[in-house]
Each structure stands twice: as C-alpha cells, then as structure tokens.
Design a protein around this ligand. Sequence first.
Ligand SMILES: C=C(O[C@@H]1C=C(C(=O)O)C=C[C@H]1O)C(=O)O
Length: 438
Amino acid sequence: MQSDTLRNRTSFNHTSENQPKAIDLWDAALTTGFPAALWRLPNQQEKHLLVSFDEKLPRVSADLDELPAGFLISPFDNLAKNAPVEAQLSEHLDTSDYVPQTLFLRADIQAIVDENAMFVSDHNRQREEVSEQARQFWKAVRIHQNTDKSTSPVRATLLDDPDAQANYERNVAEAIAAMQRGDFRKVVLSRTKQLVFSSAPNAITLFDKLCQQYPTAFVSAVSIPEKGQIWISATPERLVSVDANGIFRTAALAGTQSAFNPDGTAKRPPEAMWSQKEIEEQALVCRYIIECFKKIRLREYLEEGPKSIIAGNLMHLGTTFTVDTQAVRYPQLGTVMLRLLHPTSAVCGMPRDVAFDFIRRHETHDREFYSGFLGPVNIDDQQSGPASHIFVHIRCMKLEGKQATLFAGAGLTEHSNPEREWHETDMKCQTLLSVMSK
Ligand SMILES: C=C(O[C@@H]1C=C(C(=O)O)C=C[C@H]1O)C(=O)O
C-alpha cells in the first residue's frame, strides 16, 4: 500500500489478509516519533486514532472555531509561564504576553475503527509539505503489520512511598484550617502514585481494556514523543462539547463514593445517599458554571440534575448544562466557555485564584496534563459533521517507558476529613489500576 493511494478516505476490511490494524498505525507513530492520539467517546463503539506529522507540537490557544481537525491536550496550568497568577486568571489577560501551553495534534492521518473495518483519511495540509513524513510513516506501518505482536504479560509493581499519606493529610488539614478561617470555600488537592512495569506496556492494550471496562467514560491514549510520555485516561467528566448540530454541553461533577455496597453488590444510583458536604461541593461547581454563563449574559441553558452518575468503580453527583448555539446565535460558545471554565472548581476550587495559589504552594508534584483538558476538535465521525468533545483530564496516568505515574485529587471543603479524602484519592487511582492487574 502506498501513501499515494490514500486519498481522502480509504477503508480497510479487518477480515482481509494483510491490512493494517489500528495497533500497526499506533506502533508506527511511536517508532517514527510522530505524536498520536487514540480515543473512544462515551457510550460509543467506534474508536478514533490520529497521527500528527509535527515532531514538535504547536502550542495553541484552544480556539475550537479556528483550529483544523485534530486533538487538544492542555496542562492544568495552561497559561503564561511568565505572568503572575492573578494576571493569568484574570478575564482581561492581555493575550500578547500570553504563551499558550495547550498542545495541538493536527490530524494528518485519521482513522476510525469499528468492529469490522478501519476507515483511514489523510488531511494532508499541502501534500508536498509532509510527503516525506507520510512515506516514513506508511513504511513503518508495513513493518509493524508483519511483526509478531505476541508479548509476554507485563507485571506492574506499586512503588510504596511511606510518607505520602501523612503528607497529603497534613496538606488537607491545612486547607481545612484555611477554609474555616474563611480564606476560600473549596480546593482540590491531588497526589500521585508511582508504578513500575516489568517491561514497557503497550498503551493500546491498556486503552482497549479501559474501553471495555468503562463504556460511559471518555477513554484516551496520547503519545507526546517530544516529552517521552504517553498519557492514558478514562475520564467521566465532560468540560465542553459542541456537536455537529451546534449543541453545546458541559457538566458539573463532584462528590465521590464507591459504586459498590460493602457486600460487593452494585449500588443503584437513584438510591445513593449523599452527605451535605458532597451536595454543597457539587453545588459549588454548578454555581461556578452558572457564573461563567452570567459573564457572557447567556440565560438560555437547560440545567438537568444533580443525579447520581456511575463512573466505573465510583459514583459522583452530576448536573448537565445544554445550550442550542444556533437558537441563541452564539456559534463561538464552545471556545468562549472553554476559556472561562478551565480550571473548574471540580479540579481547582473556589474562589478560583485563591485555590489555584493554595495548590501551587502545597502540592509538591507538577500536575502536568492531569486536571487539564483533552479531546478531539473538529473531527468528523462516520455519520455527522465535525464535532469537538473536550474532557477534564482526570483518572489518568503518565507512562514513561516502564514507569507510570497515576494522579488523583479530592475536592475539599471545611467539612472534609483528611483520612477520608486520602481514601477517596486511592479509590480514584483504582479506576486505572484495576485494568493493570488483569
Ligand atoms: C479531581 C478528581 O475528580 C474530581 C473531583 C471529585 C470529588 O472531589 O469528589 C469528583 C469528580 C471529579 O470532578 C480526580 O479524579 O482526580
């Protein structure tokens, strides 16, 4: 197969011999050093894969209206490194001193994989511009197609940090004291957990297991060769979506409990009991979203919830907000809300700037892409037109060869209990850990 034969959309039937599979495209991207993203939207079967021919990814501002088809991944702190926190969080940030940190993987090759076939299209900018990259890439695909993929199972070992719990609980206690003094109302403190594998695991295998185990999550694997990292996640939290019909969606998710009863049976969401602390915590996220709508004087939103929502091994309280951008004549709503919403109080706190500063002073790890956002932008699926689906990057891990770092946080209010919050972050780590022992 020559790249020349791949104009716009080519379909490969999995049943015919010697056709590449998604794993061949993914492995070829890894060996040629091209960035790649693999994802599956909530409640969908089809999987998507894209490969970008930019070895160093462009840093962009997350403008859903301007960007071509691709995939965004933003760190938690996605603002100017050189601007003070107050300036960064101000709505009036002068964008001329602003160095965007959001990475953009342009869809130079895009594949949609469903049960029977794979459809590949190339969005080559100027064909000549990337013809050498395309040649290298398809050559690598052919090599991978003919490579035996049977690998021995990889074992994951948790690296114990004996001080981690005490350090986390001390920070939580300080946050509670600050909130009792009235310094702020909510903050999300996170921690990490380190793992080492017996050999570098294949991200696609983990991705497939996550897709199977969490049908309602946004599951993704993003390879960023310039950082030597692959980020893998199964997040339940939608930040901003604008579908092919111009329907905007966002959600307020907070409050956490196990989705199982102590006897191991699954809880029924409508019967879940929530404490006042959790109800307030989630209400703060709703209020934050409504404040963002108020800033742009948008009143025509549909609010549904809060309802108990299953997210794998956990249950959360969630409220969804929907706007018909065509009816309200606000086509840029997705871009504007993305800018206003991130970081929401589901991952930062309230008031946002004070919570952001508290996190910066207390967390000893860099959150990097954890609690940032990620997702496809202006990507066409098989039926409708282009759509963008951006999610909050939680329930995630960073893979660097054989090493993995899991990230998890818990929303704190003045009524929090440090030990319980630690336990909550442990349950959140289980979302990914549970597929690694299988
Ligand atoms: C911060 C995380 O999750 C967020 C915090 C929650 C909470 O504090 O109850 C619940 C869902 C998410 O909005 C995480 O998973 O790391």
